[in-house]
Structure formats: C-alpha cells, structure tokens
Design a protein around this ligand. Structure first.
Ligand code: NAI
Length: 216
C-alpha cells in the first residue's frame, strides 16, 4: 500500500524507459509522485509513463538543450520540480572496451551521457526547485573496480555528487548518489557475457543479482 510520502511531488527520472529507472519511476508513482519519464526510447518510455499516469518527455541527457526542454515540459505540466533521479546511462548494449583502446568518439559519447548527462540535467532542473529539492545520481559499484571507461564515468558521478551537494546545499537541494551492485536488468543480461555474470554472482555476498522491481 502506498505511504503517500511523495504525494504532490514532481520527480523526473532519466533513463526510465526500462530497467532500474523504470523501477524507480514505478516505485515513485506508487508512493504518490507525479513522475516524468525522460528517455531516448520513445516507445518504451511512453508505455511506462502511460502505465503510471505520468508524463513522457523525449530527452537526450547529453544535450543541454534537450535537458532544458525536459525541465520546461515538466514545469509546464506540473508547475514545479521537487526531485530528479539522474539514472540514464549508456549501459545496455555498451561496447566492452578499455579507455586505452576504445574508439575516441565512442569514449567521448559514453562520458558525455554517463557523466556529463547528470550535470546537464541538473543544470537545467535546479533553477525550478524553488522550494528546495532532492537529486539522486546513479553511480555503481563499478566506480570502485577495474571496469574501464564505464567505471571512470561512475567514479566521476561520485565526485560530481560531492561538488553539486556543496554547491546546491545553500538552495536547500540535497544531492546524493546510489551505487548499486550488479542488478538483474535486460541490459545486464544482454551486455555482460554469461561467464562474466557467473563470476560476478559468485563474488557477491548474497550470491545473487540485485533486482529493480519496486517494493510492494
Ligand atoms: P539500461 O540500459 O536498461 O537503462 C538505461 C536507460 O537509459 C535506457 O532506458 C536508455 O534508453 C536510457 N538512455 C541511454 N542513453 C540516454 C540518453 N542519452 N538520454 C536519455 N536516456 C538515455 O540499464 P540499467 O541496467 O537499467 O541501468 C540503469 C542505471 O543504473 C545506469 O546508470 C547504470 O549505469 C546503472 N547501474 C546498473 C547496474 C546493473 O547491474 N544493471 C548496476 C549499477 C548501476
């Protein structure tokens, strides 16, 4: 049963067309929030938004103009913004390559979405958090492991969280990060080779992946 703790709150979740972001969107909606689903995947994103009675906005988090349009569409629909979950990343289907060898354009694209995207959307959204608010950045345990440029971006997310928390604290905006371990999403199933999955699960204390389903 909903606690209603997010009743009347408007919260944007980026990358909410599937996987963990969809779990956040559904969980927040169940708790009473007006949820804005922001993603590149229109078909899946529109479906999630329709299911939860929220708003879908086509968004490329790596593009500051698109981030501004997301903030404007949210304010036009709900009047203000209380929360932002910077969850979008190039993860599903990503190239498994190394910083030293990955094609430069691909490396830059990955960093522009996985690290700069959180900054671009935060820059666009925070001026609308007039009553204060909360921002959650999606990091990963990959930030603490040898995990290529994906982990490099997540380590950047951790530091960005610290920078933004310090810069925005005076506006009564809290900025935190979550660093989930390996989680059972379609993206993990398609991106990570089976052998690697087995080794990852073996190394986990609970010997199973995390899940992204909202608590019921
Ligand atoms: P996913 O690949 O299913 O979700 C990423 C979402 O972001 C997709 O809906 C995709 O369309 C969207 N997206 C990609 N580029 C975008 C862009 N430029 N603008 C807007 N949306 C964009 O992956 P999953 O597994 O749901 O992961 C979600 C988040 O959690 C990511 O930040 C990932 O790095 C992080 N994470 C995932 C873990 C896992 O094991 N699945 C563990 C720890 C963190």
């Amino acid at each position: 049963m909903s606690s209603g703790r997010f009743d009347g709150k408007t919260i944007i979740v980026t990358g909410a067309a599937g996987g963990i972001g969809e779990g956040y969107a559904r969980g927040l909606a169940e708790e009473g929030a007006n949820v804005v689903v922001a993603d590149l995947n229109d078909e899946a994103g529109e479906k999630v938004a329709a299911d939860i009675g929220g708003l879908y906005v086509h968004t490329d988090v790596s593009d500051p103009e698109s981030a501004e349009a997301l903030a404007a569409a949210t304010v036009a629909c709900y009047g203000t913004i209380h929360g932002l979950v910077n969850n979008a990343a190039i993860y599903g289907g990503m190239k498994l390559d190394f910083p030293i060898t990955a094609p430069w354009d691909y490396y830059k694209k990955s960093m522009s979405v996985n690290l700069d995207g959180a900054l671009a959307v935060t820059r666009a959204v925070y001026p609308h958090m007039k009553e204060g608010g909360a921002i959650v950045n999606q990091s990963s345990t990959a930030a603490y492991l040898y995990s290529g440029f994906y982990g490099l971006a997540k380590a950047g997310i951790n530091n960005l969280t610290f920078q933004l928390a310090t810069e925005l604290g005076g506006n009564n905006i809290r900025v935190n990060a979550i660093a989930p371990g390996p989680t059972d999403t379609e993206a993990t199933r398609t991106t990570t080779p089976e052998e690697m999955v087995k080794d990852m699960v073996k190394a986990l204390p609970l010997k199973r992946f995390g899940t992204s389903a909202p608590a019921s």
